[in-house]
Unconditional design. Structure first.
Length: 218
């Protein structure tokens, strides 16, 4: 009986691992037709006759982006929304540029594991496990750090010089949920009595945080 149970667990583990990430492509390519009104888990394929090299090219990570945010960092994605040819391939990239003292605030990627390569500068990075343990490290130019899928993580430039990293993901559209923005700028709003209870703060503090995180009006 125990051996059968163990066999079932092993089969379940194998099936889970096989489907844990983006599924393998069943054809040479499936360039995303982002204008299609048909909704699937991913994107429907563009007609192959209309596919060009532009569907597989993106120059947006070549140079540092212009950082213009209150947290001092800029994320430039290179996912299926920017590179339609990534559809069904299960990979994507991003570039993150940091000003001195810049922060990529605590966030998660619900659909991918992330690995960063430091192009320049030095960062303090870390993630928090579901046991509430912080795993952190200082990473320098040429070094690598991994953030497991869906765990809350951050990157902080504590140096006096700018820093940049390239991030790689095992998903064509990893998704990003910034913890603070998710809770304090959701639409419709998360009820104040939820936030005051969760963070043990008053309504005035909630309103103050919301006002600081609200999108700037142009």
């Amino acid at each position: 009986m125990e051996s059968k149970a163990l066999a079932c667990l092993l089969i379940f583990a194998a099936i889970y691992n096989a489907f844990a990430y983006d599924p393998d492509s069943l054809q040479d390519l499936c360039v995303a037709n982002t204008s299609s009104s048909i909704k699937v888990n991913g994107f429907v394929c563009k007609a192959e006759a209309n596919v060009t090299s532009a569907d597989f090219f993106f120059a947006g990570l070549a140079k540092p982006g212009k950082v213009n945010s209150s947290v001092g960092s800029l994320v430039t994605g290179a996912n299926v929304e920017k590179i339609p040819g990534l559809n069904t391939l299960g990979i994507s990239l991003a570039r993150i540029d940091f000003e001195p003292d810049g922060l990529n605030p605590p966030h998660t990627h619900p659909r991918a594991t992330e690995i960063i390569y430091v192009l320049e500068g030095e960062l303090d990075v870390g993630f928090i496990t579901t046991a509430n343990k912080l795993i952190s490290q200082t990473v320098k130019q040429g070094e690598i750090f991994v953030f497991p899928r869906a765990l809350v993580h951050f990157q902080k430039n504590n140096g006096k010089k700018s820093a940049s990293v390239i991030s790689a993901f095992n998903g064509q559209l990893p998704g990003t949920q910034s913890i603070a923005l998710t809770l304090f700028t959701a639409t419709p709003e998360v009820p104040d009595n939820v936030l005051t209870k969760a963070f043990q703060i008053g309504t005035k503090e909630v309103d103050k945080i919301k006002s600081k995180l609200a999108p700037k009006k142009t």
